[in-house]
Design a protein around this ligand. Structure first.
Ligand SMILES: Cc1cc2nc3c(=O)[nH]c(=O)nc-3n(C[C@H](O)[C@H](O)[C@H](O)COP(=O)(O)O)c2cc1C
Length: 330
């Protein structure tokens, strides 16, 4: 233990809630809201930020909330406190996703510090990665980090990549054919700048040949980012999955997603979640078969080393903390 934290429990929860706002979320919807009171922070879903067409069952919503929850937990531990999490604590209140309660001072947690430091650097990198492959030992570490959160990681085998590509391309094409999907995508890619959310064309990457296609966030418009000089040859694909598919499992899946992305970032990898193939029944069934029938697929993530001349990626926009964090009663 290296000295006690100087900040109070409530101040630490404020720091954690702010840092959780950097978590990844589907279409950058940031579907979360925090209420902080004394030593407790309640994470609530903001139902207006749900994607009714792309994510009608709220699967990706719950993954996004889980990622924010894990970002907050990691921050609290990195600040030198114990934290207790109560997930979906009130069945009569489905908007209440979790309560975090601060325990006493904790010994220094170097892992939490490393992951907490990665929060500011993590980006969804849709550009092509380089040729260097992800070492097996590192994939093993990522698998263990995911399992510590109660989910699992399947490393897509080379002979499975064409199936993943077909599932993703088919899902993308089917969605593109649907007016309601195009309207929802349009809504979240054309947000007013002040909204601090969504994925504008400036954050989209120009479409280029890939083994597995990347979601087109700027259909029919010039994308703001070049795909880069890499050929994506070293990119690896992993499927985050669990043994069940109910909201509580998805929430744990989101915490595991955060653990995966932050550990990968801390190890120098670039990462990019890809959810098209889990959004529609038939492609999701193909992914389920890739898991040899042992689990329910939550999300695909592309991992790799950026090419040497890849410049820094701009950070995606976020909402203002005072829109997201409340201190009721104070
Ligand atoms: C559940 C989930 C699904 C996502 N699906 C995709 C996707 O299909 N394609 C993509 O390019 N990014 C996807 N993302 C990444 C988000 O678009 C990204 O997190 C958001 O735009 C914020 O950017 P940042 O991750 O760089 O902070 C997904 C993220 C989450 C959490």
């Amino acid at each position: 233990m290296t000295g006690h934290p100087r900040t109070s429990a409530q101040a630490v929860l404020g720091i954690a809630a702010r840092r959780s706002m950097r978590a990844p979320s589907v279409f950058n919807t940031q579907p979360w809201h925090w209420q902080i009171s004394g030593d407790t922070a309640a994470l609530r879903v903001d139902p207006d930020r749900r994607l009714d067409v792309t994510d009608p069952d709220g699967r990706l919503l719950m993954l996004s909330l889980g990622a924010a929850l894990h970002h907050a937990e990691i921050t609290i531990r990195a600040e030198g406190w114990h934290v207790l999490a109560d997930r979906l604590p009130d069945p009569s209140d489905p908007t209440l996703i979790a309560r975090l309660r601060i325990g006493g001072y904790a010994p220094t947690d170097d892992t939490a510090r490393r992951l907490s430091a990665a929060i500011a650097h993590r980006r969804t990198d849709r550009r092509a990665f380089g040729d260097r492959t992800v070492p097996d030992a590192l994939l093993g570490e990522l698998r263990r980090a995911v399992e510590a959160q109660g989910a699992y990681l399947h490393v897509v085998r080379p002979e499975q990549v064409p199936v993943l590509a077909a599932a993703t391309a088919r899902a993308a094409a089917d969605e593109r054919d649907e007016d309601a999907y195009r309207a929802e995508l349009d809504r979240w890619t054309h947000r007013p700048l002040a909204a601090g959310d969504g994925v504008p064309a400036t954050m989209a990457v120009r479409q280029s040949p890939r083994r597995v296609p990347v979601r087109d966030f700027a259909p029919g418009a010039p994308a703001g980012l070049e795909p880069g000089t890499g050929h994506d040859a070293g990119a690896g694909y992993v499927i985050l999955f669990g043994t069940a598919d109910d909201p509580a499992d998805r929430l744990r899946g989101g915490e595991a997603l955060s653990a995966l992305l932050l550990n990968a970032t801390a190890a120098g990898l670039a990462t990019a979640p890809m959810s098209e193939a889990v959004e529609l029944d038939w492609p999701r069934q193909l992914l389920t078969e890739m898991l040899d029938g042992v689990g329910k697929p939550y999300l695909v993530v592309r991992l790799g080393f950026p090419v040497e001349d890849a410049g820094p990626l701009p950070a995606a926009a976020r909402r203002e903390p005072d829109e997201v964090i409340d201190y009721p009663g104070s």
